[in-house]
Design a protein around this ligand. Structure first.
Ligand SMILES: CC(C)(COP(=O)(O)OP(=O)(O)OC[C@H]1O[C@@H](n2cnc3c(N)ncnc32)[C@H](O)[C@@H]1OP(=O)(O)O)[C@@H](O)C(=O)NCCC(=O)NCCS
Length: 172
């Protein structure tokens, strides 16, 4: 098991994606975001897409939170968190940022907001799976204090293996 790296940065870097100076805001996604959410899903992932129907269901579900990162009314990123009744473990199901907005702290801001949202619902732990070949995402998770605790062979539709990560959420 690798040691979790400590945070080396407390706040997201100022995000200025798309060449503009518009501040990035994280807010709950709404039905009007559906087209952009589905487009981002296609843009960011080659397999294991969430469909429009699934997004619509999650937007109205008490057991899911869909967060949107927006700047100048444009969707730059999204995170999907699942909750289970009676469970103190939340699951980060999906996180993605538009390619032209990456590396500027939008992913970190989304993940931090997802954790805050989980904490507000009484969850003490966030868990997630990540492709073992997804170095960028793994770096983000480890930087934010996630610890690898397992693996799942053939987890993804294309047969790729996953690492399992978890983080104890503070504030308790
Ligand atoms: C993983 C992802 C959400 C991170 O979003 P992000 O906005 O780039 O995140 P941040 O800017 O907060 O941090 C990204 C980290 O990854 C690095 N990184 C990843 N992709 C990058 C890119 N295309 N350009 C620049 N940096 C990138 C950054 O250097 C940074 O690490 P560092 O601060 O230690 O140097 C984004 O790369 C993405 O959408 N990837 C495709 C979808 C995906 O793989 N999702 C995760 C599924 S488990």
């Amino acid at each position: 098991m690798r040691k979790t790296r400590r945070h080396h940065r407390r706040r997201p870097r100022p995000a200025e994606p798309s060449g503009g100076n518009d501040a990035v805001r994280i807010r709950p996604a709404r039905p009007a975001d559906l087209d952009a959410l589905v487009a981002l899903e296609r843009h960011a992932f080659t397999t294991d897409h969430l469909s429009r129907r699934q997004y619509r269901r999650h937007l109205g579900s008490a057991s899911a939170a869909v967060l949107a990162a927006v700047a100048a009314r444009r969707l730059l990123g999204k995170a999907v968190v699942f909750f289970r009744r009676g469970s103190a473990i939340a699951r980060l199901y999906s996180i993605a940022v538009r390619a032209d907005a990456r590396g500027r702290g939008v992913g970190e801001a989304l993940l931090t907001a997802a954790e805050r949202c989980a904490r507000a619902r009484g969850c003490r732990t966030m868990r997630l799976e990540v492709r073992q070949d997804n170095a960028g995402a793994i770096r983000l998770y480890e930087r934010l204090g996630y610890r690898r605790f397992g693996a799942i062979a053939g987890f993804y539709e294309d047969g790729a293996d996953a690492w399992r990560y978890e983080k104890r959420l503070g504030g308790w």
